[in-house]
Design a binder for this molecule. Sequence first.
Ligand code: NAD
Length: 352
Amino acid sequence: MFKLCVCPGDGIGPEVTKSALAVFETIAKQAGIEYEINEALIGGAAIDATGEPFPEASKVTAMKSDAVFLGAVGGEKWNEMPVSLRPERGLLALRSTLETYANLRPVRMFAGLEDMSPLKADRMKNGIDMVIVRELTGGIYFGARQEGDNVASDEEKYSRKEVTRIAHVAFHTAQTRDKRVTSVDKANVLASSRLWRRVMEEVALEYPDVALDHLYVDNAAMQLIRDPGQFDVMVTNNIFGDILSDEASVLVGSIGLLPSASIGESKALYEPIHGSAPDIAGQGKANPVAAILSMAMLCIHSLKRKDLAEQIEKAVSVVLERGERTGDLMQPGCEIRTTEQLTEAIVREIAK
Ligand code: NAD
């Protein structure tokens, strides 16, 4: 029995979660997968109900589950709360509870959406279909910190163990795709990057079917704009991944299209990369695709059913190309759909 913990959260979170669940239930029933869904409070919704952004009961539900799905958290209503009680704290607590060390962000250009990209068409002649694998629990964000009036420092430190496990995630991911890994570092300057590069080379020997190459981070930032179609899987450390994944996310047209997965030793968290979008919450304007594609990632990484993920991705692709769109992707000749209508169209396509 597959146990899914669902945390809808705030703003458009519950709306897009409903869409993702409709898709999950359709695909699970079709594939004969037995499942149990347990809802947990997080963010502002949890603060309103219990006074805390990630209450103990939610932690217990998350830890008992095989995977966690999160909508989004946050909103103006809770902006005046002390920092330790803000909705975003709930999300950080959830991530650290699950100990997810690898963040995966696929970036894909859907057919028919090329004009939504800030890049000129000739930059995308090879399309865009890549996954950024970012190390999430080590490096400079967690290193020793010293903060004085005249001098301050932050330590970038990686162990062989930390690099090895993220390397395996990257190579495994590449095996399910085009079998190419680009490791991004700054090995011409940083000792931590030289260890990173050595370990990547060592782990690569275990994956003879996957090609590995290396790029310095400054070059990687340029190449993402110059020719994003050249990449399959890009693996990098915490800080470089933070910056490069945001850079890559603007290439495909709307933040409402981008899913993510965060993988740990035994737990995984799936969530759209967007926030709670208070400006459009409750109006049926949210694009559900990022949340729905996060469920496709769950099929790959938690259910080990790439075939089901492909079925979801194909349905999304067909519906978007047909011109059924939420407002964020409006173009001449397209037809506007609410969150619910777009979800129904995708579910119908899956059920075909
Ligand atoms: P946001 O991602 O919520 O919204 C940015 C812009 O993108 C808005 O104009 C919004 O309408 C639009 N947008 C976002 N998702 C969309 C979708 N699915 N469909 C159509 N349009 C969409 O970022 P923000 O405005 O900076 O933050 C709003 C709140 O969300 C804040 O409280 C912030 O702290 C929180 N936040 C939460 C997460 C998370 O839960 N993972 C991530 C980022 C921000």
